[in-house]
Design a binder for this molecule. Structure first.
Ligand SMILES: [Zn+2]
Ligand SMILES: [Zn+2]
Length: 247
Protein backbone atom coordinates (compact mmCIF):
# COMPACT_ATOMS: atom_id res chain seq x y z
CA UNK A 1 0.00 0.00 0.00
CA UNK A 2 1.20 3.52 -0.80
CA UNK A 3 -0.40 5.82 1.76
CA UNK A 4 -0.26 9.27 3.33
CA UNK A 5 -1.62 9.57 6.83
CA UNK A 6 -2.59 12.11 9.46
CA UNK A 7 -1.72 11.55 13.12
CA UNK A 8 -3.20 13.50 16.02
CA UNK A 9 -1.65 13.38 19.47
CA UNK A 10 -3.99 12.06 22.16
CA UNK A 11 -1.45 12.70 24.92
CA UNK A 12 -2.72 14.41 28.07
CA UNK A 13 0.34 16.72 28.13
CA UNK A 14 -0.60 20.34 27.47
CA UNK A 15 2.23 20.88 24.97
CA UNK A 16 0.90 17.98 22.90
CA UNK A 17 -2.63 19.33 22.58
CA UNK A 18 -3.79 19.45 18.95
CA UNK A 19 -0.38 18.26 17.70
CA UNK A 20 -0.55 16.72 14.25
CA UNK A 21 1.84 14.86 11.99
CA UNK A 22 1.52 14.06 8.30
CA UNK A 23 3.60 11.25 6.84
CA UNK A 24 3.96 8.68 4.06
CA UNK A 25 4.18 4.92 4.55
CA UNK A 26 3.86 1.55 2.84
CA UNK A 27 2.19 0.02 5.90
CA UNK A 28 -0.11 2.27 7.99
CA UNK A 29 -0.93 -0.23 10.74
CA UNK A 30 2.76 -0.94 11.33
CA UNK A 31 3.65 2.75 11.09
CA UNK A 32 1.24 3.83 13.86
CA UNK A 33 2.78 1.21 16.15
CA UNK A 34 6.21 2.67 15.38
CA UNK A 35 5.00 6.18 16.17
CA UNK A 36 3.59 4.92 19.45
CA UNK A 37 6.80 3.08 20.38
CA UNK A 38 5.23 -0.39 20.25
CA UNK A 39 7.77 -1.31 17.59
CA UNK A 40 11.28 0.01 18.16
CA UNK A 41 12.39 1.64 14.94
CA UNK A 42 12.37 5.17 13.62
CA UNK A 43 9.67 7.73 14.37
CA UNK A 44 11.92 9.47 16.93
CA UNK A 45 10.74 12.95 15.99
CA UNK A 46 7.19 12.26 17.12
CA UNK A 47 8.01 10.40 20.35
CA UNK A 48 7.47 13.47 22.61
CA UNK A 49 3.78 13.62 21.78
CA UNK A 50 2.87 9.95 22.22
CA UNK A 51 0.36 8.37 22.11
CA UNK A 52 -0.89 9.19 18.61
CA UNK A 53 -4.08 8.25 16.87
CA UNK A 54 -4.10 7.71 13.13
CA UNK A 55 -7.06 9.81 11.98
CA UNK A 56 -7.07 9.57 8.19
CA UNK A 57 -5.25 7.61 5.49
CA UNK A 58 -5.17 8.50 1.78
CA UNK A 59 -4.15 5.62 -0.47
CA UNK A 60 -4.17 4.43 -4.07
CA UNK A 61 -1.18 6.40 -5.36
CA UNK A 62 0.20 5.23 -8.69
CA UNK A 63 3.81 5.41 -7.48
CA UNK A 64 5.92 6.19 -4.45
CA UNK A 65 6.89 9.51 -6.05
CA UNK A 66 3.23 10.50 -6.39
CA UNK A 67 2.62 9.54 -2.76
CA UNK A 68 5.58 11.61 -1.57
CA UNK A 69 4.40 14.57 -3.65
CA UNK A 70 1.01 14.36 -1.97
CA UNK A 71 2.66 14.15 1.45
CA UNK A 72 4.59 17.36 0.70
CA UNK A 73 1.49 19.15 -0.60
CA UNK A 74 -0.53 18.10 2.47
CA UNK A 75 2.26 19.34 4.78
CA UNK A 76 2.58 22.61 2.82
CA UNK A 77 -0.87 23.35 1.37
CA UNK A 78 -0.16 27.09 1.36
CA UNK A 79 2.59 26.45 -1.23
CA UNK A 80 0.46 24.22 -3.45
CA UNK A 81 0.11 26.03 -6.81
CA UNK A 82 -3.24 24.55 -7.99
CA UNK A 83 -4.77 25.63 -4.67
CA UNK A 84 -3.40 29.16 -5.17
CA UNK A 85 -4.91 29.32 -8.66
CA UNK A 86 -8.38 28.56 -7.47
CA UNK A 87 -8.27 30.71 -4.34
CA UNK A 88 -10.49 33.43 -5.79
CA UNK A 89 -12.77 31.00 -7.53
CA UNK A 90 -16.25 31.13 -5.97
CA UNK A 91 -17.18 27.92 -4.20
CA UNK A 92 -13.64 26.58 -4.30
CA UNK A 93 -12.46 24.48 -1.38
CA UNK A 94 -10.08 26.58 0.67
CA UNK A 95 -7.28 25.80 3.05
CA UNK A 96 -7.81 27.44 6.43
CA UNK A 97 -6.18 30.85 6.85
CA UNK A 98 -5.27 30.07 10.44
CA UNK A 99 -4.72 26.86 12.37
CA UNK A 100 -3.56 24.82 9.39
CA UNK A 101 -1.63 22.44 11.66
CA UNK A 102 -4.61 21.66 13.92
CA UNK A 103 -6.48 18.38 13.32
CA UNK A 104 -9.47 20.06 11.66
CA UNK A 105 -7.12 22.37 9.69
CA UNK A 106 -5.27 19.34 8.28
CA UNK A 107 -8.56 17.66 7.34
CA UNK A 108 -9.78 20.85 5.66
CA UNK A 109 -6.53 21.04 3.66
CA UNK A 110 -6.98 17.39 2.68
CA UNK A 111 -10.45 18.09 1.27
CA UNK A 112 -9.08 21.13 -0.62
CA UNK A 113 -6.15 19.15 -2.10
CA UNK A 114 -8.44 16.36 -3.29
CA UNK A 115 -10.51 18.91 -5.19
CA UNK A 116 -7.66 20.22 -7.40
CA UNK A 117 -5.51 18.58 -10.12
CA UNK A 118 -3.61 16.33 -10.18
CA UNK A 119 -5.23 14.81 -7.08
CA UNK A 120 -8.80 15.35 -8.24
CA UNK A 121 -8.00 13.10 -11.23
CA UNK A 122 -6.30 10.34 -9.25
CA UNK A 123 -8.34 7.35 -8.08
CA UNK A 124 -7.48 7.90 -4.43
CA UNK A 125 -9.36 6.50 -1.48
CA UNK A 126 -9.68 8.33 1.83
CA UNK A 127 -10.09 6.11 4.83
CA UNK A 128 -11.10 7.71 8.11
CA UNK A 129 -9.36 5.55 10.68
CA UNK A 130 -10.21 7.67 13.74
CA UNK A 131 -12.36 6.09 16.45
CA UNK A 132 -16.03 6.98 15.96
CA UNK A 133 -16.09 8.68 19.39
CA UNK A 134 -13.38 11.12 18.26
CA UNK A 135 -15.09 12.33 15.09
CA UNK A 136 -16.84 15.30 16.66
CA UNK A 137 -13.67 16.29 18.52
CA UNK A 138 -11.82 16.68 15.23
CA UNK A 139 -14.83 17.87 13.22
CA UNK A 140 -14.74 14.84 10.93
CA UNK A 141 -17.58 14.90 8.44
CA UNK A 142 -17.61 12.36 5.63
CA UNK A 143 -19.88 14.48 3.46
CA UNK A 144 -17.20 17.10 2.87
CA UNK A 145 -15.01 14.77 0.77
CA UNK A 146 -15.36 15.11 -3.01
CA UNK A 147 -18.12 12.82 -4.14
CA UNK A 148 -16.01 11.05 -6.75
CA UNK A 149 -13.43 10.09 -4.12
CA UNK A 150 -14.33 7.04 -2.16
CA UNK A 151 -14.42 7.81 1.52
CA UNK A 152 -14.35 4.76 3.74
CA UNK A 153 -14.35 4.28 7.46
CA UNK A 154 -12.39 1.55 9.16
CA UNK A 155 -10.07 1.02 12.11
CA UNK A 156 -6.43 1.15 11.11
CA UNK A 157 -5.84 -2.55 11.85
CA UNK A 158 -8.57 -3.48 9.41
CA UNK A 159 -7.29 -1.13 6.73
CA UNK A 160 -6.73 -3.24 3.68
CA UNK A 161 -5.16 -2.32 0.40
CA UNK A 162 -7.98 -1.30 -1.89
CA UNK A 163 -8.20 -2.33 -5.53
CA UNK A 164 -6.42 0.93 -6.36
CA UNK A 165 -3.28 -0.38 -4.67
CA UNK A 166 -2.88 -3.11 -7.27
CA UNK A 167 0.61 -1.98 -8.23
CA UNK A 168 1.93 -3.40 -5.00
CA UNK A 169 1.05 -6.82 -6.35
CA UNK A 170 -1.86 -7.20 -3.96
CA UNK A 171 -4.38 -7.85 -6.65
CA UNK A 172 -4.77 -11.02 -8.68
CA UNK A 173 -4.95 -10.43 -12.39
CA UNK A 174 -7.49 -12.73 -14.06
CA UNK A 175 -7.08 -14.65 -17.32
CA UNK A 176 -8.46 -13.00 -20.44
CA UNK A 177 -11.94 -14.25 -21.20
CA UNK A 178 -15.27 -13.45 -22.78
CA UNK A 179 -16.50 -9.90 -22.32
CA UNK A 180 -19.31 -9.71 -19.76
CA UNK A 181 -21.12 -7.09 -21.82
CA UNK A 182 -21.00 -8.39 -25.41
CA UNK A 183 -20.25 -12.06 -24.51
CA UNK A 184 -17.57 -12.24 -27.23
CA UNK A 185 -14.02 -13.46 -26.94
CA UNK A 186 -12.20 -10.92 -29.06
CA UNK A 187 -8.64 -10.58 -27.87
CA UNK A 188 -7.77 -8.06 -30.57
CA UNK A 189 -9.80 -5.47 -28.70
CA UNK A 190 -8.54 -3.84 -25.52
CA UNK A 191 -9.82 -5.74 -22.54
CA UNK A 192 -9.90 -4.78 -18.88
CA UNK A 193 -11.35 -6.24 -15.70
CA UNK A 194 -13.21 -5.27 -12.55
CA UNK A 195 -10.88 -4.87 -9.58
CA UNK A 196 -13.55 -6.22 -7.21
CA UNK A 197 -14.91 -9.33 -8.95
CA UNK A 198 -12.33 -9.93 -11.70
CA UNK A 199 -14.89 -10.08 -14.50
CA UNK A 200 -13.39 -9.17 -17.91
CA UNK A 201 -14.91 -6.60 -20.25
CA UNK A 202 -13.85 -4.81 -23.40
CA UNK A 203 -12.83 -1.26 -22.64
CA UNK A 204 -14.99 -0.04 -25.55
CA UNK A 205 -18.05 -2.02 -24.36
CA UNK A 206 -17.60 -0.56 -20.89
CA UNK A 207 -17.36 2.96 -22.32
CA UNK A 208 -20.57 2.38 -24.30
CA UNK A 209 -22.37 1.15 -21.20
CA UNK A 210 -21.30 4.21 -19.22
CA UNK A 211 -23.96 6.87 -18.99
CA UNK A 212 -21.65 9.64 -17.82
CA UNK A 213 -19.02 9.22 -20.48
CA UNK A 214 -20.12 12.33 -22.36
CA UNK A 215 -19.06 14.48 -19.43
CA UNK A 216 -15.34 13.95 -20.18
CA UNK A 217 -14.62 14.25 -16.49
CA UNK A 218 -12.79 11.63 -14.50
CA UNK A 219 -15.51 9.66 -12.83
CA UNK A 220 -16.51 6.33 -11.36
CA UNK A 221 -17.89 3.58 -13.57
CA UNK A 222 -20.05 0.75 -12.33
CA UNK A 223 -19.01 -2.87 -12.98
CA UNK A 224 -21.67 -4.64 -15.09
CA UNK A 225 -21.31 -7.76 -12.97
CA UNK A 226 -20.94 -6.85 -9.29
CA UNK A 227 -22.16 -3.21 -9.39
CA UNK A 228 -19.04 -2.01 -7.57
CA UNK A 229 -17.85 1.38 -8.85
CA UNK A 230 -14.28 1.98 -9.92
CA UNK A 231 -12.56 5.04 -11.26
CA UNK A 232 -12.38 5.08 -15.05
CA UNK A 233 -8.60 5.55 -14.93
CA UNK A 234 -8.31 2.32 -12.94
CA UNK A 235 -10.03 0.36 -15.74
CA UNK A 236 -7.55 1.89 -18.18
CA UNK A 237 -4.60 0.99 -15.96
CA UNK A 238 -5.88 -2.56 -15.48
CA UNK A 239 -6.19 -2.93 -19.24
CA UNK A 240 -2.41 -2.50 -19.43
CA UNK A 241 -1.90 -4.89 -16.54
CA UNK A 242 -3.98 -7.57 -18.28
CA UNK A 243 -2.01 -7.11 -21.50
CA UNK A 244 1.33 -7.41 -19.71
CA UNK A 245 0.14 -10.56 -17.95
CA UNK A 246 -0.67 -12.23 -21.26
CA UNK A 247 2.61 -11.32 -22.98
ZN1 LIG B 1 -17.34 -6.64 -25.29
ZN1 LIG C 1 -17.18 -6.34 -10.62
Amino acid sequence: MLACYLLVSVSSQRYSKNRTYIGFTLDPSRRIRQHNGEIIAGARRTSRHRPWEMVAVVHGFASKTQGLQFEWAWQNPEKCIPLKWQRDHPGAKQIPAKGRKTPSGCLQSLVALLSVPPWSHAPLTVTITAKRDDWSKWKIDKTVFPRHKQAEFSPVDELRAGPYDYRRGLMTIPKRGACRICSKRDFHRAETFCASCGVTVHLACLADSDEQRATFLPHWVQCPSCDESHHWSLFVRLCKALEEECD
